[in-house]
Design a protein around this ligand. Structure first.
Ligand code: FEO
Length: 164
């Protein structure tokens, strides 16, 4: 069944949010590169790629349901944060907001009786649990280790190991 206009519009808005997420994480990578934390910057670059993957998953789904993908402008992300801890705190807050949007999308798809979209969104519901957990794990390590030079070098080496 062709996707209805209400769900199509809401999924297009989510495509924009995922692309903004990529842009936000790339901005965080640039800030971390500037702090000379290449491992943390690498982690954020991989995260930016993942967000493009999320956008494309929604894009492909809209096409599959004979809908129309309409791209809007992507908002300018911040350029400055207070510290690496501030970066990961902002990332966690952002992911929590994305989780709320995904939950709202599920509610909408249910209200519209669109079972296929509810089923597709299950992947995103599960993914958000992982996304929040991975950012929170790094945040907790930052809080335990502190931000002295030696701790940051250890954490930065660990973050450099993230695979795409
Ligand atoms: Fe696409 Fe990080 O949620």
């Amino acid at each position: 069944m062709k996707i209805n206009e209400t769900v199509e519009k809401a999924l297009n808005e989510q495509i924009n949010r995922e692309l903004y997420s990529a842009y936000l994480y790339l901005a965080m990578a640039a800030y971390l590169d500037d702090l000379n934390l290449p491992g943390a910057a690498h982690w954020m670059r991989i995260q930016a790629q993942e967000e493009i993957g999320h956008a494309m998953k929604l894009y492909d789904y809209v096409v599959e349901r004979r809908g129309r993908v309409v791209l809007e402008g992507i908002a300018k992300p911040p350029a400055e944060w207070g510290s690496i801890t501030d970066v990961f705190e902002s990332a966690l807050k952002h992911e929590e907001e994305i989780t709320s949007h995904i939950n709202n999308l599920v509610d909408l798809a249910q209200e519209e009786g669109d079972h296929a979209t509810v089923s597709m969104l299950k992947w995103f519901v599960d993914e958000q649990v992982e996304e929040e957990d991975s950012v929170d794990t790094i945040l907790q390590k930052l809080k335990y280790l502190g931000e002295d030079g030696r701790s940051l070098i250890i954490l930065d080496r660990e973050l450099a190991q993230r695979q795409g």
